[in-house]
Design a protein around this ligand. Structure first.
Ligand code: TNX
Length: 509
């Protein structure tokens, strides 16, 4: 990278005029290839327009830049050739379905991609080339200058995700959408919604209404809880889709099911409804694997969720089934996988599903703290199972940063920012090499997480490290360089009111 002509992002944040231009070395996740053109910048004229093959992406970019620049920024479809072009033509085949090419010359900006998802990713890179004020909600005086050069970029792994547990503490649709906004900036393309656990059932199921109205009526600590109507869930899914994020809904089973067992007596082997639960223990509940009503129930749940979910996956949980006999667990998971397939989806489960027989196309999500797991390695070898990497001592967003930070859990240790970044998902678990890894996910369990601020401070800055592990080539992996990129996000988070942990490991501007 040629950095001689550029001004570091943090140096002008107090000035009235927009600082900049931002060097390519600040792009996070680090791009596969980025070369600046010495001496070249593009200055946004106040007459700038966007010309795009995907109006939804052009409109989102224009809406952001209108608020901060005060420019009109009309959005056209080609053949108009405007200052900013977002095109589904001319991208190299090598960038695949999720990558893009971005060119900044003295005359304008062109993002090219093969698919809309790639164009969206390129638009996120483009936004990062503006100073943080460009994403603010008040007008800042220009000139708005962008560093000239070429970025050719595509992800290392196709699956990059964050999980939010809305069962332990319930979060509103507006809070979930804000979280989606926050993760989309870093090119995550999946969002895992943990919809049911011992403490709460958070989605209306027609014919089984008490799951939501009773099973959803509380949460950890005894607060009011809540649930999403099917229309609200569909709204979350559509919102994520507009940011090229695929929602993966999870109904955890056969354990982590106390809320369901409290709502319907017949789901218990002894036919007696359990009391609602507001504590934080795990492993005490199980659906009755030997009763037919269990599978009738799950067919309704899976069928309705599948109909509401355009993405290819449904997450069936399967973790910590300590109150289910191992043989019953295998029978149960194998049968539930067939229900998922019947409704046109592929199952994802926590890695314990490798103890059953993962079907073709199933994904096992690894969450343990060790670096070898025989059942997972065998599933990879024998069933072609792909692994989603969420090692709890690296990727869990609910772990405390240090023993003196709160909120958070610490059963998997504390995870400072460097520890969250400094591992290699493609060479972490024995027998699970690069080609067996679907990608990475940062799960945020919410036993101790109650507010949007709690969500944000646990997520940022750590999730950006995970996003980089999922997107950037291993050859770019370097803590010193990463921590500098990361530091440049601080002013943006401050401007947007996003709480983050000011880790002493990072030199914030
Ligand atoms: C274990 S890891 C769980 C969750 C808890 C989490 C807290 C896993 C798949 N299950 O039920 O919320 O630890 O860190």
């Amino acid at each position: 990278l040629l950095l001689a002509t550029s001004v570091p992002l943090g140096s002008g944040t107090m000035a009235a005029a927009a600082p900049g231009p931002v060097p390519f070395s600040s792009i996070v996740p680090a791009p596969a290839s980025a070369v600046q053109t010495s001496g070249v910048t593009y200055t946004l004229p106040s007459s700038v327009a966007i010309s795009t093959d995907v109006p939804g992406i052009g409109d989102q970019l224009a809406a952001t830049l209108r608020k901060s620049t005060g420019y009109a920024i009309p959005v056209h479809t080609p053949p108009a050739a405007d200052g900013i072009q977002l095109l589904l033509s001319g991208a190299p085949a090598s960038v695949g379905d999720q990558g893009y090419q971005l060119d900044v010359t003295a005359d304008g900006v062109t993002v090219r991609a093969n698919k809309a998802a790639g164009l969206y990713a390129g638009a996120q890179t483009l936004l990062q080339l503006f100073p943080p004020q460009a994403q603010g909600s008040t007008v800042t005086a220009g000139p708005w200058k962008l560093t000239g050069g070429k970025v050719v970029d595509q992800p290392r792994f196709g699956y990059r995700s964050a999980m939010l547990d809305v069962a332990r503490h319930f979060f509103t649709v507006a809070q979930v959408k804000r979280f989606i906004d926050e993760i989309a900036r870093y090119k995550l393309n999946y969002f895992h919604l943990h919809l049911a656990d011992d403490q709460g059932w958070r989605i209306m199921i027609n014919g089984w209404e008490r799951l939501a109205t009773y099973g959803g009526s509380t949460q950890v600590g005894g607060g009011a809880g809540g649930y999403y109507t099917q229309a609200e869930y569909a709204d979350i899914v559509a919102y994520a889709q507009s940011k090229y994020i695929t929602v993966v809904p999870e109904i955890d089973m056969p354990g982590h099911t106390n809320a369901a067992l409290a709502s319907y007596a017949e789901l218990n082997c002894d036919g007696k409804a359990r009391p609602l639960y507001t504590g934080t223990d795990v492993g005490f509940s199980s659906l009755c694997t030997s009763k037919e009503i269990t599978y009738t129930f799950l067919d309704a749940v899976v069928g309705q969720l599948a109909a509401l979910t355009p993405g290819p996956y449904l997450h069936i949980g399967g973790d910590e089934a300590k109150s289910t006999q191992p043989a019953d667990y295998k029978t149960f998971i194998n049968r539930v996988q067939q229900i998922v397939l019947k409704h046109g989806k592929k199952p994802i489960g926590w890695h314990e599903i490798a103890n059953a027989t993962p079907v073709a196309g199933a994904v096992a999500q690894f969450w343990d703290t060790n670096t070898s797991n025989t059942a997972v390695a065998n599933a990879v070898k024998n069933n072609g199972t792909k692994v989603l990497m969420s090692p709890a001592n690296r990727a869990y967003l609910d772990m405390k940063y240090t023993s003196s930070t709160s909120p958070g859990n610490d059963w998997a240790g504390t995870i400072e920012v460097k520890k969250a970044y400094d591992w290699n998902p493609g060479a972490y678990l024995s027998g699970v090499g690069e080609s067996a890894v679907a990608g990475v996910e940062g799960p945020l369990w919410t036993e101790t997480i109650k507010t949007m601020g709690d969500i944000e401070v646990m997520t940022f800055p750590r999730l950006v490290g995970l996003a980089e592990l999922g997107w950037s080539p291993q050859s770019t992996h370097n803590w010193t360089a990463f921590s500098k990129r990361l530091a440049q996000q601080g002013p943006l988070w401050k401007l947007l009111g996003i709480k983050y942990y000011k880790s002493p490991q990072v030199t914030w501007p």
